[in-house]
Write a protein that binds this ligand. Sequence first.
Ligand code: FES
Ligand code: FES
Length: 213
Amino acid sequence: MHTEPTGGVSRREILGTGAATASMLAAPAMAAVTPDKAREADPPLVRVMLTVNGKPENLTLDARTTLLDMAREHLKLTGSKKGCDHGQCGACTMIVEGRRVNSCLSLAVMHDGDTITTIEGLGTPDKLHPMQAAFVRHDGYQCGYCTPGQIVSAVAMLEEVRSGAPSFVSPDLEHAEYSDTEVRERMSGNLCRCAAYPNIVAAIGDVHAGKKS
Ligand code: FES
Ligand code: FES
């Protein structure tokens, strides 16, 4: 049979007192450790110099800043979109040193000295880039969220084909030949949840053919 300890103090009260004492003893130790830990957690800052849309930029950034966050948060270039932040949708595509890059996956500090083009660097509302104009002509979008990434990617993709990159669809071809299949394959990293794909391919075809209207 269960009995209470002598003196009318319950087992629960004893345990409760013990726990309180332990936490009181632990508190000073934690207080002594916390400031050091906080200092260790300060993000390291780095200087990064790059050229964005033709303009030299000299930034001091948390070393963990991605290219995408650098553009959106520090340069207020919000055209590049954060779709998945995991390298899976292409909404954040930028052209870095002539190559397409998922900017959500690339740290800004890795691009010190690089030249970067975002959607803002291709054209303006008054003077659209031919790819932007073709997307408008062909309704190459519905919600528009993926569109900046699609356009930037398409511009660089055409350059890849023109410069004789290997084919994605015919391994026996040393250089890619323009075709809708090649375009679809090469643009497969840019997802469109509105499924505007046929119109996007048509817009790219116009630019490839040099059509302006
Ligand atoms: S936001 Fe970068 S790939 Fe989706
Ligand atoms: S236009 Fe909506 S996701 Fe592509």
